[in-house]
Design a protein around this ligand. Sequence first.
Ligand SMILES: Nc1ncnc2c1ncn2[C@@H]1O[C@H](COP(=O)(O)OP(=O)(O)OP(=O)(O)O)[C@@H](O)[C@H]1O
Ligand SMILES: [Mg+2]
Length: 214
Amino acid sequence: MNQLIESIRQELLPHLQIESLDPHDPVVVRQLSHPWQLLGVGNYAAVFCHPDYPDQVIKIYAPGRPGLAEEVEVYRRLGSHPAFSECLYAGENFLVLKRLYGKTLYDCMYLGSPIPRQVIQDIDQALAYARNCGLHPHDVHGRNVMMHEGRGLVVDVSDFLHQDACSAWDDLKKAYYWLYRPFLCPLRLRIPYFVLNFVRRGYRFLRRLTAFRT
Ligand SMILES: Nc1ncnc2c1ncn2[C@@H]1O[C@H](COP(=O)(O)OP(=O)(O)OP(=O)(O)O)[C@@H](O)[C@H]1O
Ligand SMILES: [Mg+2]
C-alpha cells in the first residue's frame, strides 16, 4: 500500500488535471500519465487504476468538489459487504478504494448487455444493509451501480449521509420493470450515449419540476 501511495503522489497527481466544468455533468480528465488508466468519471471525481495494483482504484476529487470526508465516514459505517467497495486509504483529495469489477448499468444499456433481475435484487438488499448501518441511500443511479457475473454492486456511496429523501433508485427500478424488461431487453437494443445523456438530463429536469411543485 505504501508503494501505491508513493506512486499516486509522485506519478499520478503531479501531471493530472481534473476539471468540473458543470456541477451536473461528469468531470473532465486531462494529462493522464502512462500507465495509469481512467476507469470512470462522476460529477465529483474521476477514478483511476494502475496495472500493478489490480485490486485497488484511486478516486480523485475535482478541485472545489466537496464530500471526501463524508465518503470515508460512509465506508467506515458500512464495514465489509460483498456488494460495496471499501476505503483503504484517504489522502487530501484522493481515496484508495477496493476495486469492484463489472460494468455500470448505464454502460450495460449502451452495450446492450442483458441485466437480470438478480442484479436489481442484490442492489435492493445492499441498500437495505446500508440503512441498517444508519445510512440513507442517496443518488443511486445507473452510473453508481454495477453488474458483475450476474450480481449487483453499488459503486458510489458518497451521498449516503444525506438525510433528505432521494427517489433515484426507486425511479430506476420502475423504469427497469415497466420499460426495460418488457420492451428494451427482449429487443436487445443498444442505447447510444447521447440518448442516455438526454434521459439523464430530462430526468433531472423532471425531478426539479416536481420538487418545485411539492
Ligand atoms: N471501487 C470502484 N471500482 C471500480 N470502478 C469504480 C469504483 N468506484 C468508482 N468507479 C467507477 O468510476 C465512476 C465514478 O465514480 P463515482 O461514481 O464514485 O464518482 P462521483 O463523482 O462520486 O459520482 P456522482 O456523480 O454519482 O456523485 C463510477 O461510475 C465507476 O464507473
Ligand atoms: Mg457516481
